[in-house]
Design a protein around this ligand. Structure first.
Ligand SMILES: Cc1cc2nc3c(=O)[nH]c(=O)nc-3n(C[C@H](O)[C@H](O)[C@H](O)COP(=O)(O)OP(=O)(O)OC[C@H]3O[C@@H](n4cnc5c(N)ncnc54)[C@H](O)[C@@H]3O)c2cc1C
Length: 416
């Protein structure tokens, strides 16, 4: 629901810093409510990470029901239930449609723009709408920090000229700390810390896992997918497809288990993923198939014929469980349904799809305003939350952007 019903803060000047989805949506909501909005973006164009998100299947949101949707935000479920109620996946789809970009729900429940629409089409239509609403877009303007008088310090990245601003309210939507080449470099974190804002160190979210494969394995397997598997760690299980790479594992189930892997790695004990190679079979069905193995049949041909576990599975089994493939069906079933994969570490932060850590929740009030800086609000990935891939990341950024805009309007209404 839009806040235009509130007393209109006509002409009040708001600075939005950061031109990702969180900042752009907040700018739109604020301009629609009558604010004078200036948006500052350090890069030469806005929405660079938004465009990167479009490279490999552009999940805008997800069609999951509200309760399980909010639960995707784990420790922040109840906060996100509120943000999502304010700007829901349905609102997001309506917003895109209003910009001329229809959406559809894929078989997995993920929400995508209709096939003929590229992410750049959506961004272009969005920027045109913002300009029509009077939002001033100042690209190549980097926020450097706060001055002692509370002003915003900005540097024009083209001329080097520095300016200060004293807007009636500010939204910081500076993104996380991965894919720095898109502008989301996390350089803001020490600045906020200096300003007395409580922060949590950045950690990779939704990232690949390192496995110390043997040279033989790397040479033989290279990069190959494993489809219809389930991966478990720390009590959580995720179904899907993973990719074996020369450095380890990638893919949705690995990304979704990043929090569990991080926790296991932090204890100093080996982080183990357990791979179920036939999760679609019941344990009885699996045992039944394994019991039909004829003596003399090679493991590779038996697995291929009876269980459709062709290459690279036999090589993977030899790599991770060098003892001979168990003859006893129960032992073979145990191996195929929980093959342990020792993880040596997570891929570097800059490669991660998202970032955990950032502005701590205790630094914020219920409007996403910084307690130590009344009038300055925060939204998007720079907040300390994480969620799996599947549309939950962008939806989280949109919903917190909308919520912060609501908080700003409330603030403007109630401040002199
Ligand atoms: C490879 C990849 C694929 C992805 N795919 C999906 C997907 O399919 N679905 C999904 O939901 N999510 C996806 N994501 C995640 C999603 O793109 C991000 O969560 C989202 O873009 C974060 O939005 P944001 O507005 O918080 O920050 P960002 O999009 O990171 O924007 C922050 C902006 O702030 C600017 N900025 C930073 N510091 C300053 C400063 N000091 N002064 C001025 N400007 C500054 C940056 O240049 C940047 O433009 C993907 C991410 C990656 C990397």
């Amino acid at each position: 629901m839009y806040l235009c019903l509130m007393q209109q803060p006509l002409g009040k000047e708001v600075a939005v810093v950061g031109g990702g989805p969180a900042g752009l949506l907040a700018a739109q909501r604020l301009a629609e409510a009558g604010c004078r909005v200036r948006l500052y973006e350090a890069q030469a164009t806005v929405g660079r990470k938004f465009l990167v998100a479009g490279h490999g299947g552009f999940n805008l949101s997800n069609a999951e029901d509200a309760t399980p949707f909010a639960a995707r935000y784990a420790a922040r479920t109840s906060d996100f239930a509120g943000f999502l109620a304010h700007f829901s996946p349905t609102d997001l789809r309506a917003w895109a449609t209003e910009l001329g970009i229809g959406t559809f729900v894929g078989t997995s429940g993920r929400v995508f723009p209709e096939a003929h629409h590229k992410p750049a089409d959506l961004l272009r239509a969005w920027v045109t709408r913002l300009q029509a609403l009077g939002v001033e877009l100042h690209v190549r303007h980097r926020w450097l920090g706060f001055g002692p008088d509370g002003a915003l310090y900005l540097r024009n990245e083209t001329t080097g000229e520095r300016t200060t601003l004293q807007p009636a309210a500010t939204l910081l939507a500076l993104g996380g700390a991965s894919w720095a080449k898109t502008g989301s470099d996390g350089a803001w974190l020490p600045e906020l810390e200096r300003a007395g804002v409580s922060v949590v160190p950045f950690m990779p979210g939704n990232c690949g896992a390192g496995v110390a494969w043997s040279e033989f394995f790397r040479a033989k397997v290279g990069r190959q997918p494993l489809k219809n598997i389930a991966l478990s760690c720390g009590g959580a299980t995720v179904h899907g497809e993973i990719m074996l790479t020369d450095y380890g594992l990638e893919g949705t189930p690995v990304y979704a288990l990043t929090p569990q892997l991080r926790a296991a790695l932090a204890t100093g004990t080996p982080a183990l993923l357990h791979l179920h190679l036939k999760p679609d079979l019941s344990s009885t069905q699996l045992l039944d198939k394994l019991a039909r193995r004829k003596p003399g049949k090679s493991v590779a041909s038996f697995l291929g014929e009876a269980l459709r576990l062709g290459s690279p599975v036999p090589t993977l089994l030899r790599e991770l469980s060098p003892a001979a493939f168990p003859a006893a069906p129960t032992e073979a079933a145990a191996l195929l349904s929980a093959l342990p994969i020792p993880v040596t570490g997570l891929r570097p932060l800059d490669e991660a799809i998202s970032t955990a850590g950032g502005v701590a929740w205790e630094a914020l009030d219920e409007h996403l305003m910084l307690r130590v800086r009344p009038g300055t609000f925060v939204a998007g990935e720079m907040l300390d939350w994480e969620a799996p891939t599947g549309g939950y990341l962008l939806q989280g950024c949109f919903s917190t952007g909308a919520w912060a805009a609501r908080g700003i309007l409330h603030w403007l209404e109630n401040s002199p």
